[in-house]
Design a protein around this ligand. Structure first.
Ligand SMILES: [Fe+2]
Length: 137
């Protein structure tokens, strides 16, 4: 079973955004799969996938923010702050992982990203999609 499963409840009703969220879920699953692998490769594999995840997340957030901007979404600034915070926190955790500090493990990092994405998609993304749906109706 995958670490994070795509379910209907995650749909925000926009096929492009749903597809991008699914890609994020797939990357989180790939990151998680590296844990407990060959110790020599585990860290490197995780680092490569997490870097991809961060790159893809930046692309995805830019897409979302563009949509909100075009629609004149009033909560864009707050949403942007949340997006920035995730990228920053993930990069920080990746740095900590890199420096070998025991305080953070790969599992903790995956858990953090998984929880964040789930909550974000289910709450704040849903709010802006509802606004967009109304403004284009
Ligand atoms: Fe978002």
């Amino acid at each position: 079973m995958a670490y994070i499963n795509w379910e209907a409840r995650f749909s925000v009703g926009n096929p492009t955004i749903d597809e991008q969220h699914q890609e994020l879920f797939a990357l989180i699953n790939r990151a998680y799969e590296t844990i407990g692998g060959d110790p020599l490769n585990e860290y490197e594999a995780l680092w490569v996938i997490l870097s991809k995840l961060i790159d893809y997340t930046r692309f995805h957030f830019a897409e979302e923010e563009g949509m909100m901007e075009r629609a004149g979404y009033p909560e864009l600034a707050e949403h942007r702050v949340l997006h920035r915070a995730l990228i920053q926190k993930t990069e920080q955790m990746l740095d900590t992982l890199e420096s070998g500090e025991a305080a953070i493990g790969a599992e903790k990092l995956c858990q953090f990203i998984k929880d964040w994405i789930e909550q974000h998609v289910l709450t704040v993304d849903r709010r802006y999609m509802a606004y967009l749906a109304k403004s284009t109706a």
